[in-house]
Design a protein around this ligand. Structure first.
Ligand code: ATP
Length: 242
């Protein structure tokens, strides 16, 4: 469902992502890990059409993200670590606006509104202006809006930042549930316990290069460390981390 072939990104002469080749099948939760500055966000931005790769290609559901960006975007949702929201809209207006952008009917938006606002505990905040919502509530609104057009692929940069433990638990089970229903989820995180809890497979990137790929057990066994993911991660990335 997500395919990358020899993806590269240069910022000037700086080589931020190096020959990244990776496939993520339908229904997989893939966690992309790496130290600060490793190239995770750059990769996400190339996959979501926000950055043009310097070379290489990427496809979402077989659609080339550079050649056919609109079609690719219809099939995906992207939750950045600091999403942009329209402050002067109410939570309901924001949700409706996003649905309209995706060309959904009023009926579909209203139906999804009830389900989604109830799930994310947003019903009592429906009339609040986005600018008056707390960070966590804004994040919940972004989640709600991201699922609205039923994307095949969900990209999330740091999914749990600023969320309370109840919401974290709800998001984790939601991600597993969505993947079970066929959604492909590609996320980056520094919270290694999240990867342990939800990932089908993990990729570790260091200085722009993929240095480990596999299930948690596979990564543990190739690293030669018997500890948890944190220990394995620290061992694998110690030479490239600050
Ligand atoms: P973090 O965990 O800190 O968010 P990351 O793995 O997401 O890091 P990226 O944001 O992809 O890392 O950055 C990869 C490298 O590219 C870093 O060295 C960063 O400084 C550099 N970089 C990112 N964006 C730009 C840019 N617009 N211009 C120049 N260099 C950039």
């Amino acid at each position: 469902m997500i395919r990358m072939e020899k993806l590269n990104k240069f910022y000037g002469s700086f080589h931020a992502v190096k020959d990244l080749t990776l496939n993520v099948p339908r229904g997989e939760v893939f966690c992309f890990l790496g130290p600060n500055g490793a190239g995770k966000t750059t990769t996400l931005k190339m996959l979501t059409g926000l950055l043009r790769p310097s070379s290489g290609r990427a496809w979402i559901g077989g659609i080339d993200v550079v050649e056919n960006p609109l079609e690719a975007k219809k099939r995906m949702a992207y939750i950045p670590d600091t999403p942009f929201l329209y402050d002067r809209l109410t939570a309901t207006e924001f949700f409706t606006f996003i649905g309209t952008l995706y060309g959904l009917s009023r009926e579909t938006i209203d139906e999804e509104f009830e389900r989604s606002f109830s799930f994310f505990g947003l019903l009592e905040h429906r009339a609040s202006l986005v600018k008056d919502l707390s960070h966590g509530l804004r994040q919940r609104l972004v989640y709600a809006a991201s699922f609205l057009h039923k994307p095949d692929v969900l990209f999330i940069d740091e999914p749990l930042i600023g969320l309370d433990p109840h919401t974290i638990r709800a998001i984790k089970s939601l991600l597993r549930e969505k993947a079970k229903a066929g959604m492909t989820i590609f996320l980056t995180t520094h919270i290694l316990s999240l990867a342990e809890d939800v990932a089908d497979r993990i990729g570790i990137i260091l200085n722009g290069k993929l240095i480990a790929l596999g299930t948690l057990d596979e990564i543990k066994s190739t690293s030669g460390t018997s500890g948890d993911l944190e220990e394995v991660f620290l061992e694998l990335t110690e030479n490239g981390a600050p």
